[in-house]
Write a protein that binds this ligand. Structure first.
Ligand SMILES: [Zn+2]
Length: 160
């Protein structure tokens, strides 16, 4: 499945280019276009009951591999050129480079595992920061025991 591997790499490159705003490698574009051109596609009229008529690209049924590749390439082109292109982003979780579609505002991570991992890391970092600052305060309080101690006591009586 070298063709599928090449296509997947090309699509990933194109999506990264869309996310970063960098110009895509012309070879990625050529890869996708080769797949689209290789599949025997016919445009047909589809008119479902109760729905509006539409155009549909249909790949010949006797070419299952070409059809699968065409579907992947065609979906990539639809996404890149469609209204959701701006919602394409890279998962911000550390160590993850998967892509996701931020189709609704709250979606931040590619999967719940990444979200949980990031929340756990934040929680750990907050706890560590709190422990460290508490330790630093103790250290500071011990150093300024004379003045700081008195002012704290004064505040205590004023407010109480
Ligand atoms: Zn992720």
């Amino acid at each position: 499945m070298a063709a599928l591997h090449r296509l997947r790499q090309a699509v990933r490159g194109l999506f990264d280019a869309a996310v970063t705003g960098r110009a895509p490698d012309p070879e990625w574009v050529a890869s996708v276009n080769r797949v689209l051109a290789a599949a025997p596609v016919t445009t047909v009229l589809s008119w479902p009951a109760g729905g509006p008529p539409g155009r549909e690209a249909v790949v010949a049924a006797d070419a299952p591999v070409a059809r699968a590749l065409h579907r992947l390439a065609d979906d990539a082109v639809t996404l890149l050129c469609g209204p959701d292109a701006g919602a394409l982003s890279v998962c911000p979780a550390e160590g993850c480079a998967r892509l996701l579609l931020r189709t609704h505002g709250r979606r931040q991570w590619c999967c719940t595992r990444c979200g949980d991992r990031v929340r756990a890391a934040r929680h750990y970092a907050r706890r560590r920061a709190a422990t460290e600052s508490a330790a630093a305060e103790e250290h500071g309080a011990a150093q300024n025991a004379g003045t700081a101690g008195r002012s704290t006591a004064a505040e205590g009586t004023a407010s109480g």
